[in-house]
Design a protein around this ligand. Structure first.
Ligand SMILES: Nc1ncnc2c1ncn2[C@@H]1O[C@H](COP(=O)(O)OP(=O)(O)OP(=O)(O)O)[C@@H](O)[C@H]1O
Length: 608
C-alpha cells in the first residue's frame, strides 16, 4: 500500500472544495496597493490580518473545507511560512482596543480620519482621570449643566482636543459643539496669567460670539480664567491697551473686530501668545468674497505666531476649501464627522409649502397663525428690507413680533435677542444674520418665508429648531421662481428621513454656475408689503425690494391684494381659507395660540 492508497482510505466519503486560491506573485508582494489585490475593508480588521498572512505565504494557499458537518479547516502541508509578525501583547491589546473604539464610534455615527485618533469617551466623568485629568472645577462646571451624557461630537472631539491635536469637526446643528471646543481650551489654559490673551474664538456674527462668550463665562466659573467679548471697539483701548492692568485669557469675537484692533497704530491687540485658535462656523468664516471673512482671517491667523498653537474648526457644514486648507496647514490633523456631512438634523420635521406667488406667502403665513402657532417661532427672509416689510404686516395683524437685522443698532439687536430668549417676543423675523449658531432654547418652528439661497443656508436655518435632541418643525415656502433650488433642498429633506414628492427629486439639476449666482444674488422678489407705494399707484411694478419703514412712504390700499391659494407639499393639509385682515383698531386684541391656550397679545412697536 503506497502513500496514495493510505490517503484514499483515510478520506473515503469526503468531498473537497477548492474554496479560495490566492494568486500571489512577486509584483503583488512588492506593491500592496496593486489593483490586483483586493483592498481590505475598513471595518474588518480580522479579514485584513488574514489577507496579510495570505500574502506572506510563498505557495498558493488552498483551503480544504469539509462540506458535511465539521467546519474546521484542514491545512495542507505547505512550505514553512515566513515568520509571522505577531506583534507584542501590548500591540495586540492596542488593536483590540481600537476595534472596540470603532464599534462604539459606529454606534454613535462618529467617523474619524487621521492617525492614532484618541479613543472617544462615553461619559463626562471619564474626564476626571488619566489621560485627561480635567481641572476639578471645570469638570464640576461641566457636570453642573446636568447633561446625562456627552453628545457624539463631544465624545470624540473632547479627547482629540485634550490631546492637543488639531481638529476639523463637522456635527449637526444643535449637537453641542460649543462645549466641545470650550472645555479643552479652558483645561489647556488652566490658570489665569497676566501675560495676555492665550485663546481666540471667532464666530461670524456678534450675536453668536456673545452666546459663546456667555457659555465660556459659565464654564470658567471659579477657575480664575478671564474671558472677554469685544462689545464696542471704542472701549477696546481700556481693555487691551498698554495701560490695561486687567489682562484676559480668552477672547471671543468676530473677525472684523479683531482685525480692526490689530490694524490700529499701535495695535490694540497682541495675539503672539495665542495657544488656542478656534473657528466656530468655520466654513462661513473661510468663505471668500462675501463679507471678506477669509481675508480678515488670514490677517488674524498670521498674527497668531505661537509655535505650538492648537487649531480647531467646527461647523455643521463643510466646504471643500476648508478641508483643503486644514489638510495643507495643520499637521497631524484629525477629522471628525457626526452622521452624514452637510445634512440636516433628523430631529426636525420638514415641510415644503407651495404658495404660488409672493403674495401667497402672506396668506400662508396668516393661515398658519389662524391654525395656531406654537411660539417661539423664527421667520427667515432674504433681506433687511423684506424683514421690515413683513414685520409691519405681522404687527398690523396684532402678532407679538419683532425683527432683527443688520440695520438695527447693537442695543436694539441685543434687546431683541434677549426678549425672544425670555419669551417676551413670540415671533422673531430675521435675516441670514441669525441663521447660524444661535441657540434659542425651544424654538418650535422655523418658517423659511423666503426660500434659502443654498442648501447650506437651509441646513443652518432649520437647525435653529430641533436642538439638543428636542423635536422641531420647519416650513419652507416656495414659489415658481424658487424651483431651480427645490431639488437640492428636497434631497436634504429626504436624506434626513423626511418625505418629499418624487417629482421634486426628479427635477433638473441646476448648473454649478447658476447655483453660485443664486447664492450670491438673492432673487428679485415682489414686495411683501400690502401698502401701496406711490409708484405702485402710478402703475409701476412693486418688484424693487428697496422699501422703507419711513413714515409717509407707504399708503395702505383700500383692498388687499388677491393671493393665490397655497398648495401644500408635505404632511399637513393644504390651507383652505384666506384669512381676514384685522382692522387696525384690533391690534392688541388678536389671539395667538400658545401651547394650546388662547392668549391675548399686545402688539409690539418696533424702534426701527
Ligand atoms: N451633552 C449634552 N446633552 C444635552 N444637551 C447638550 C449637551 N451639550 C450641549 N447641550 C445643549 O445643546 C444645545 C446646543 O448646543 P450648541 O449651541 O453648542 O450647538 P451647536 O452644535 O454649536 O449648534 P450650531 O451648529 O447650530 O451652532 C445647547 O443648548 C447646549 O446647552
Amino acid at each position: 500500500m503506497d502513500v496514495h492508497d493510505v490517503f484514499r482510505q483515510l478520506t473515503a466519503g469526503v468531498r473537497f472544495s477548492r474554496k479560495r486560491q490566492v494568486p500571489v506573485n512577486n509584483q503583488q508582494l512588492k506593491n500592496p496597493l496593486s489593483n490586483a489585490v483586493e483592498k481590505p475593508k475598513k471595518e474588518e480588521p480580522e479579514k485584513k490580518r488574514i489577507k496579510v498572512e495570505e500574502e506572506d505565504v510563498e505557495a498558493p494557499a488552498v483551503d480544504f473545507r469539509l462540506l458535511d458537518g465539521d467546519e474546521s479547516v484542514i491545512q495542507p502541508k505547505l512550505k514553512k511560512p515566513k515568520k509571522q509578525k505577531e506583534g507584542t501583547a501590548a500591540e495586540q491589546e492596542e488593536q483590540r482596543q481600537e476595534e472596540q473604539n470603532n464599534i462604539f464610534r459606529k454606534q454613535h455615527n462618529i467617523s474619524v480620519l487621521g492617525k492614532h485618533v484618541p479613543a472617544p469617551i462615553e461619559s463626562f466623568s471619564e474626564l476626571s482621570s488619566e489621560p485627561y485629568k480635567l481641572l476639578p472645577r471645570l469638570l464640576q462646571n461641566l457636570l453642573n449643566y446636568g447633561f446625562a451624557e456627552p453628545t457624539p461630537i463631544q465624545m470624540q472631539a473632547l479627547p482629540v482636543l485634550l490631546a492637543n491635536r488639531p481638529l476639523m469637526a463637522c456635527a449637526p446643528t444643535g449637537s453641542g459643539k460649543t462645549l466641545a471646543f470650550l472645555t479643552p481650551i479652558i483645561n489647556g489654559l488652566r490658570t489665569h496669567k497676566t501675560s495676555g490673551l492665550r485663546a481666540l474664538v471667532l464666530a461670524p456674527t456678534r450675536e453668536l460670539a456673545q452666546q459663546i462668550y456667555r457659555e465660556c463665562v459659565e464654564l470658567t466659573r471659579e477657575t480664575g480664567l478671564r474671558t472677554h467679548f469685544i462689545s464696542k471697539v471704542s472701549e477696546a483701548r481700556h481693555h487691551y491697551g498698554p495701560e490695561c492692568k486687567q489682562k484676559y485669557d480668552i477672547l471671543v469675537s468676530t473677525p472684523n473686530r479683531v482685525r480692526f484692533l490689530l490694524q490700529q497704530q499701535p495695535p490694540l491687540l497682541d495675539l503672539k501668545r495665542i495657544e488656542w485658535f478656534v473657528l466656530d462656523e468655520a466654513d462661513r468664516l473661510m468663505e471668500e468674497g462675501q463679507n471678506n471673512f477669509k481675508e480678515q482671517l488670514d490677517d488674524i491667523y498670521g498674527s497668531c505666531t505661537h509655535p505650538q498653537k492648537r487649531v480647531a474648526f467646527f461647523s455643521a457644514t463643510y466646504t471643500v476649501p476648508v478641508a483643503k486648507w486644514a489638510l495643507r496647514n495643520l499637521k497631524n490633523l484629525v477629522r471628525v464627522t457626526i452622521g452624514v456631512q452637510n445634512s440636516a438634523t433628523d430631529t426636525v420635521a420638514q415641510e415644503l409649502l407651495f404658495v404660488g406667488s409672493e403674495s401667497g406667502k402672506l396668506v400662508a403665513m396668516r393661515e398658519l397663525v389662524r391654525q395656531g402657532l406654537h411660539p417661539p417661532v423664527l421667520v427667515f427672509v432674504q433681506s433687511k428690507d423684506r424683514a421690515k416689510q413683513l414685520f409691519e404686516e405681522l404687527l398690523y395683524d396684532g402678532i407679538n413680533v419683532d425683527v432683527i437685522h443688520a440695520e438695527r443698532t447693537q442695543h436694539q439687536r441685543d434687546n431683541c435677542v434677549r426678549a425672544f430668549r425670555e419669551g417676551n417676543i413670540w415671533v422673531l423675523i430675521c435675516t441670514e444674520l441669525m441663521g447660524r449658531g444661535i441657540d434659542f432654547k425651544g424654538v418650535n418652528l422655523v418658517i423659511n418665508y423666503d426660500f434659502p439661497p443654498t442648501t447650506i443656508s437651509y441646513i443652518h436655518r432649520i437647525g435653529r429648531t430641533g436642538r439638543a435632541g428636542r423635536p422641531g418643525r420647519a416650513i419652507t415656502f416656495f414659489t415658481q421662481d424658487d424651483t431651480p433650488n427645490l431639488r437640492s433642498i428636497a434631497q436634504i429633506i429626504r436624506n434626513s428621513g423626511g418625505t418629499v414628492p418624487e417629482y421634486m427629486l426628479q427635477m433638473k439639476k441646476v448648473r454649478k454656475s447658476e447655483a453660485k449666482l443664486r447664492a450670491k444674488k438673492p432673487l428679485d422678489r415682489d414686495d411683501i408689503s400690502t401698502k401701496i407705494r406711490p409708484e405702485k399707484l402710478n402703475g409701476e411694478s412693486g418688484k424693487s425690494s428697496k422699501s422703507s419703514n419711513e413714515p409717509g412712504k407707504f399708503v395702505r390700499p383700500l383692498k388687499t391684494e388677491k393671493a393665490k391659494k397655497p398648495k401644500k407639499h408635505g404632511t399637513d393639509k393644504a390651507t383652505k381659507t384666506k384669512p381676514k385682515k384685522l382692522p387696525k383698531k384690533q391690534i392688541g386684541k388678536s389671539k395667538l395660540v400658545s401651547n394650546g391656550k388662547k392668549k391675548v397679545v399686545k402688539a409690539k412697536r418696533s424702534k426701527v
